[in-house]
Ligand binder design. Structure first.
Ligand code: FCB
Length: 466
């Protein structure tokens, strides 16, 4: 049953209309929602192992039972129908499809086959991310992303997924946010696999990019006509003062351009190669790698949450840092309101980012593949979740996206993060990003006020008059 507010009628005051065919979606990721981590042949991912480490995840939360989506996927597709979603971005779990990174497990693929068919039956376009951080633990034990071989194992895994689902998936994304896999995973260790080595992180960058390129080739082989690309977490970066500009350049290099340039221009930026020379970036590149990594993409997935305001490092830190080559960098507040994760709310940053992509990487269709906010939502005594903060966040960011469209940005779609409350990685279950509230004890789902509002946006293909 639709949750579109009854006030939404066909032509009522729509202030900002989106282009016809604009894709309206919501996103999730396998490890964050599926649960069922030991069924149908699935083996451990690096996140299963990481969640068992004392203190690694807030509140001692573990990956099990997630939001039990593996068992409840049909009910969750029904929820998507009630919101009127046109598309759903999910990720495929590598350790279900190729347990321990080895042979294909048909039972693991069967789950995504059922999910894709359920989506299509509901008229929702399936968008699949092939890697949203759940590397098989067995591959980590063989070196993980610091090993070049992992990129070839990824290509084999992509082969098996696209061979099976390629006739029905509407959009393919190779990797989600390789920055997090490389730098949060291997430099600071605040994410799985929890390694703290700048050299390992830099080698993970190159092997992740190689995996992306090899994955693109396999997608092209099995699903030649389907749009494919990569999702990056991109940030507008500004310096506090002229004295901080070199630090801001390095942060921008390490966060944005180290991925954008190889994928879209087939080369690492010269300044990043220089910044990372002590960690051996150039030495990792073999003949043909950059051409593979630069395999043309059809679109770029942009995950946007917040901007970064950079101040130069004051002292060298004692703690492992994600900011390789700019350790001790400080990110200063701009005085904007913050979400529950402390992330500043800056819709203008989204417009700036999209305009920059239009200017520096032209003629590239863009999709916002994640955008959303954590707030401390609770189901009230009347059974409702009044998440007015999230509603305002989404409204502001959609207005910002529309401003970019008006300035000629080729923005084709928007996927809200997230459909469901879920395991927010090392932050545990307490940080809720969902349009739909999940009670992790009972698995009850409650559609939040923001979701009803979003359903109205989708139904109008536009925002209501402010
Ligand atoms: C992104 C991740 C996604 C989610 C959001 C809040 O970095 O891709 O899984 O955790 O942040």
């Amino acid at each position: 049953m639709s949750v579109v507010p009854s006030s939404v009628s066909s032509q009522e005051s729509v202030s900002l209309r989106f282009p016809t065919g604009f894709v309206w979606g919501a996103a999730t990721a396998s490890f964050q929602i599926e649960g069922a981590t030991t069924v149908d042949g699935r083996t451990d991912s690096i996140w299963d192992e990481f969640c068992r480490r004392p203190g690694a995840v807030a509140n001692g939360d573990t990956g099990e039972p997630g939001a039990d989506h593996y068992r409840r996927y049909q009910a969750d597709v029904d929820l998507m129908t009630s919101l009127g979603l046109g598309a759903y971005r999910f990720s495929v779990a590598w350790p279900r499809v190729r347990p321990d990174g080895g042979a294909v497990n048909p039972a693991g693929l069967d789950f995504y086959d059922r999910l894709v068919d359920a989506l299509l039956a509901a008229g929702i376009s399936p968008w699949a991310t092939l890697y949203h951080w759940d590397l098989p633990q067995a591959l980590e034990e063989a070196g993980g992303w610091t090993s070049r071989d992992t990129a070839y194992r990824f290509a084999d895994y992509v082969d098996s997924v696209v061979e099976r689902l390629g006739d029905r998936v509407a959009g393919w994304l190779t990797l989600n946010e390789p920055w997090c896999s490389a730098f949060a995973g291997y430099a600071s260790g605040r994410h799985a696999p929890g390694v703290a080595s700048p050299t390992a992180a830099v080698s993970a960058v190159h092997h992740l990019l190689l995996a992306h390129g090899l994955g693109m080739e396999r997608i092209r082989a099995h699903a030649p006509g389907t749009p494919a690309g990569i999702t990056l977490n991109l940030f507008p970066v500004a310096a506090v003062s002229p004295a901080d500009e070199d630090a801001a350049r390095r942060v921008d290099g390490l966060q944005n351009r180290i991925f954008l340039d190889p994928v879209l221009r087939g080369a690492y930026p010269d300044d990043v190669l220089m910044d990372l020379a002590p960690y051996g970036l150039a030495g990792l590149v073999r003949d043909g790698d950059m051409a593979t990594i630069g395999t043309p993409v059809d679109m770029l997935g942009v995950n946007y949450y917040r901007p970064l305001l950079v101040a130069a490092p004051l002292v060298s830190p004692d703690e492992p840092s994600e900011w390789v080559g700019v350790e001790g960098v400080r990110f200063l507040p701009s005085g904007l309101p913050r979400t529950e994760l402390g992330w500043e709310v800056s819709p203008a940053g989204l417009t700036d980012l999209l305009l920059r992509l239009r200017d520096e990487y032209p003629r590239l269709p863009l999709y916002i593949t994640e955008n959303g906010a954590a707030y401390p939502d609770a189901v009230g005594p009347d059974g409702q979740v009044r998440d007015t903060d999230r509603l305002a966040y989404l409204d502001g960011h959609l207005r910002a996206a529309h401003a970019a469209l008006r300035q000629g940005v080729d923005l084709r779609g928007y996927f809200c993060w997230s459909l469901l409350d879920n395991l927010e990685w090392a932050e545990g279950y307490a940080k809720r990003f969902g349009l739909v509230h999940v009670d992790f004890e009972t698995q009850a789902r409650t559609v939040k006020e923001s979701a009803r509002w979003y359903a109205g946006v989708i139904a109008r293909n536009g925002l209501p008059a402010a």
